[in-house]
Design a protein around this ligand. Structure first.
Ligand code: FES
Length: 101
């Protein structure tokens, strides 16, 4: 099972392939905001993927559209409720100074 690690705290969890980063955060005991409940209708679950980006499920058009609203948008940005873990370990950074949306 791939390991997902969250920064800045370094908490991690081993999760099944196909698990979302949001569910992995919960498994790791990390608070990753998810105001819309994980239905790709907000951007509070935005993370920067520092390792393993290519192993994640590819973003759907709706996620790409939504990500445009994210503060600190970067090429390594994903929505935690949409990105699913593949076979490789992932390191994701939770942005600080969030602006609620
Ligand atoms: S929880 Fe709202 S988009 Fe992910």
């Amino acid at each position: 099972m791939p390991r997902v690690t969250f920064l800045p705290g370094g908490e991690s969890a081993d999760v099944a392939t196909g698990t979302t980063l949001l569910d992995a955060a919960e498994a790791a005991g990390v608070e990753l905001p998810h105001n819309c409940g994980g239905v790709c209708a907000c951007v509070t679950c935005h993370v920067w993927v520092e390792r393993g980006l290519d192993s994640l499920s590819p973003p759907a058009e709706r996620e790409d559209d939504k990500l445009d609203e994210a503060v600190g948008l970067a090429s390594r940005s994903r929505l935690g409720c949409q990105a699913r873990v593949g076979d490789a370990a992932v390191v994701a950074r939770i942005p600080g100074n969030r602006i609620a949306s």
